[in-house]
Design a protein around this ligand. Structure first.
Ligand SMILES: [Zn+2]
Length: 324
């Protein structure tokens, strides 16, 4: 995963240590520590035979959603149109108005979204930079950044987040949204987590989306959306954050991604230990798209088609949020 744990994390973090640092204040009872997590994983681990099927499902649905976010609207319109031709309807003029509720989402001009691809490609080569302690909000300090995790085959989280972020950027820009990225390449170092939060604040972002991939035990599977457990910028922003989290969760689920079978609750998890959330003054979520140590999800997360689909799920949520 991504963000630094409460102690400086050396390059060994890439060996699979989770971003989900233990936190006694967390509401989730199964993550009080690595040992407890491991125990629950043993119980909850799905049979490996389920993985190929789910991979096939994602692959199959990917092409149909590529390039457009409107298939659902089209389908609904067709259904209504068909119903107007049924003998029971005596007035096609009245029935035609039924298509109105499926009007497209309208996003206000000038809307800015900040996309934060977790980690960076050269972090592992510069521990002297990324292990530096920086403010993490509410009096906490954390490492500037971490290397992130990787699949068992070595596909790195920083590359996954970079590719998903760029796919998401294109989808949002196609909707007229202005996008600001927290890093401009996948070959640099940092920026530090507090600086990433500052970018969203300075941009006065309507939404901040931080993208990560998890490095949990192999049986853990699915995505979850994290928000700040404490309100860093007052109740209005917190309400926005909670709506954003629900919309992104629903967007991800809507394109077929499974909600985490282990972490968070129903795809949501309030955290008190993440600087990117604690220091943001804008509606902000951090998403763990999947577990890079799960064989099925590793395949999806390593593929261009899978990365595009993660972007589409997130974009659907962001657009739903902004269209309100
Ligand atoms: Zn991460």
């Amino acid at each position: 995963m991504t963000l630094p744990s409460s102690t400086p994390v050396p390059a060994a973090d890439a060996s699979g240590a989770s971003d989900a640092a233990p936190d006694a204040a967390l509401p989730h009872t199964s993550t009080s520590g690595p040992a407890a997590q491991g125990a629950s994983i043993t119980v909850l681990a799905p049979p490996s035979t389920s993985d190929p099927a789910s991979t096939a499902k994602l692959t199959t649905t990917s092409p149909s959603s590529t390039g457009t976010t409107e298939p659902t609207t089209t389908s609904a319109s067709r259904t209504n149109t068909t119903s107007t031709t049924s003998p029971a309807n005596t007035s096609s003029v009245v029935d035609t108005t039924r298509t109105a509720p499926t009007a497209p989402i309208v996003i206000p001009a000038g809307t800015v979204v900040v996309i934060d691809p977790g980690h960076n490609g050269a972090n592992a080569k510069h521990p002297e930079i990324i292990n530096k302690q920086v403010p993490a909000g509410f009096g906490q300090f954390k490492a500037c950044n971490t290397t992130g995790t990787a699949t068992n085959a070595g596909y790195p989280e920083h590359e996954f987040t970079w590719n998903v972020a760029n796919a998401l950027r294109k989808l949002l820009q196609n909707k007229g949204i202005t996008v600001v990225m927290t890093r401009d390449s996948d070959t640099g170092v940092g920026p530090c987590v507090n600086d990433r939060a500052g970018i969203g604040n300075q941009a006065h972002a309507a939404a901040v989306i931080s993208i990560h991939g998890d490095g949990e035990a192999a049986g853990v599977r699915g995505f979850y959306v994290m928000t700040a457990a404490r309100a860093p910028a007052g109740p209005a922003i917190t309400a926005g954050t909670e709506k954003l989290a629900l919309d992104v969760r629903n967007g991800m689920a809507g394109v077929g991604f499974p909600i985490s079978n282990t972490l968070g609750s129903d795809g949501l998890w309030q955290r008190s230990d993440l600087a990117g959330l604690n220091l943001s003054l804008r509606p902000t979520i951090m998403i763990e798209c999947g577990n890079m140590r799960n064989a099925s999800e590793a395949a999806t997360m390593s593929s261009a088609a899978g990365q595009q689909k993660y972007a589409e799920g997130i974009a659907a949520g962001v657009e739903a949020f902004l269209g309100r």
